[in-house]
Design a protein around this ligand. Structure first.
Ligand code: NAI
Ligand code: MG
Length: 351
C-alpha cells in the first residue's frame, strides 16, 4: 500500500502547549511505523509569546498557509493571568476564535469517556461514554453585540445569540450521523427552550425534522440546567448531546471534570464539509503555573491527535492510539512522571 501523507500544521502555542504537543506528535509518529500513513509537519509560531515578540496575532498570510494543510494540531495559547502586557481577550478573539470562524469549524466535538483506572469525583459514575457536539460558529459567540455609554451609569451592553436554520441544521445532522455510528444510537438536545423561546423553537424543530431521516435513532430533550444535574447524578444516560455554543462550552467543562479532569479532555474543531482543515486541541489552556517544568499531562493532547486521525479517515489508527492511552491510564499508580515519560509510555504502547 502506498502511504498517504498527511500535511499537518502544528501550532504548539504558549506555556505547556509546546510540551504536550511534542508528545502528541511523538504518538502520531509512532502510529506511522505500522500504518500506511505519513506526516509532513509544518510548525507555526503563534500565541501570546509570538504576539509579544512580533505584534502579530494571526496574519492573513499565515491563515492562508494554514488553509493549505489537511489538519491542524493545536497546543494551547495564552499568557499568565498576571501578565498585563497582553490585553485580555486579544489572543482569544484574534487567534482562537478567528481560526474557528475563518475555517468554519461548526462542529466542536468533545468526547467524555471515563476510562478504567481513572478516578471520577462522582460517588457512582457508572459507565460514562458520551460525546458533546457543540455548535462552534454561532450563538452568543458570533460577535453580534456592542456597547453604548461605556463606563457610565447608563451603559448598555449587548451580546446577541445568533442562530440560523442553516447553522443549526448542519450541526444537528452531524450529531445524528455520529449517533448512527455508536452502539446506543441516542441524541439528546440540550437547550433552554422554555425561556430562550425563539432560538429554542428553531433547535427543537430542527431536531424533530432531522430525526425523521434517522428512524433507528432515539432522541430526547433536556433543559441545560437539568442536564447539569443528570451529568452528576446519572451521566451514563447520555450518548450524543447536541447543543449551542454557550451551553456546550459550559457543560463540556463539567463533562471533563467527571471523567478525569482537564489533563484528559480532548476536542476537535471540525469542518465536516472539509472546505478547510479541522483543528484538534486539548481543552485545557497554557497552564502558566506548571509551564516549562514537564509537569503537564499530555494525554488530552494525545487523545486530540486520535480525534484528528479519525477525522481524516484513519479509524483503525485512531483506535490504536486510544487503546495505548487506555493501557497507560489503567496502569497509572500515582508515581510522578514527566510529560515526556508519559508520552514515551503511550507511544511505546501503540499496538
Ligand atoms: P488552564 O487550563 O491553562 O489551567 C487550569 C489549571 O489546570 C491549572 O492549575 C493548570 O496547571 C492545570 N492544567 C491544565 N492543563 C493541564 C495538564 N495538561 N496537566 C496537568 N494540569 C493541567 O486554564 P487557565 O489557568 O484558566 O488559563 C491559562 C491560560 O490559558 C490563559 O491565558 C487562558 O486564556 C488560556 N487558555 C487557552 C485555551 C486554549 O488555548 N484553547 C483554553 C483555556 C485557557
Ligand atoms: Mg471553555
Amino acid at each position: 500500500e502506498t502511504p498517504r501523507t498527511i500535511s499537518l500544521a502544528v501550532i504548539p502555542g504558549d506555556g505547556i502547549g509546546p510540551e504536550v504537543t511534542a508528545e502528541a506528535v511523538k504518538v502520531l509518529l509512532a502510529v506511522t511505523g505500522s500504518s500506511p500513513v505519513e506526516f509532513d509537519l509544518t510548525e507555526y509560531p503563534l500565541g501570546a509569546e509570538h504576539w509579544l515578540a512580533t505584534g502579530e496575532t494571526l496574519p492573513e498570510k499565515t491563515l492562508e498557509a494554514l488553509k493549505g494543510h489537511d489538519a491542524i494540531l493545536f497546543g494551547a495559547v495564552g499568557a499568565a493571568p498576571g501578565d498585563t502586557q497582553i490585553p485580555s481577550g486579544l489572543i482569544e478573539r484574534e487567534l482562537l476564535l478567528k481560526l474557528r470562524f475563518s475555517l468554519d469549524h461548526y462542529v466542536n466535538l468533545r468526547p467524555s469517556r471515563l476510562y478504567p483506572g481513572v478516578d471520577s469525583p462522582l460517588a457512582a459514575p457508572g459507565d460514562v461514554d458520551f460525546i458533546v457536539v457543540r455548535e462552534g460558529t454561532e450563538g452568543p459567540y458570533a460577535g453580534n453585540g456592542g456597547v453604548l455609554r461605556e463606563g457610565t451609569p447608563q451603559e448598555i451592553a449587548t451580546e446577541v445569540s445568533l442562530n440560523t436554520a442553516y447553522g443549526v441544521e448542519r450541526v444537528v445532522r452531524d450529531a445524528f450521523v455520529r449517533a448512527a455510528a455508536r452502539p446506543r444510537r441516542h441524541v439528546t438536545l440540550v437547550h433552554k427552550h422554555n425561556v430562550l423561546v425563539n432560538a429554542g423553537r428553531l433547535w427543537k424543530r430542527t431536531v424533530e425534522k432531522v430525526a425523521q431521516e434517522f428512524p433507528d435513532i432515539t432522541h430526547d430533550y433536556l433543559h441545560v440546567d437539568a442536564a447539569t444535574i443528570f451529568m452528576v447524578s446519572d451521566p451514563s444516560r447520555f450518548d450524543v448531546i447536541v447543543t449551542d455554543n454557550l451551553f456546550g462550552d459550559i457543560i463540556t467543562d463539567l463533562a471533563a471534570a467527571i471523567t478525569g479532569g482537564i489533563g484528559l479532555a480532548a476536542s476537535g474543531n471540525i469542518n465536516m464539509d472539509r472546505t478547510f482543515p479541522s483543528m484538534f486541541e486539548p481543552v485545557h489552556g497554557s497552564a502558566p503555573d506548571i509551564a516549562g517544568q514537564q509537569k503537564a499531562d499530555p494525554t488530552a493532547a494525545i487523545l486530540s491527535a486520535a480525534l484528528l486521525l479519525r477525522h481524516l479517515g484513519f479509524d483503525e489508527e485512531a483506535g490504536r492510539v486510544e487503546s495505548a492511552v487506555a493501557e497507560d491510564l489503567a496502569g497509572r499508580d500515582g508515581t510522578r512522571r514527566t510529560t515526556a515519560e508519559v508520552g514515551n509510555a503511550i507511544a511505546a504502547a501503540v499496538p
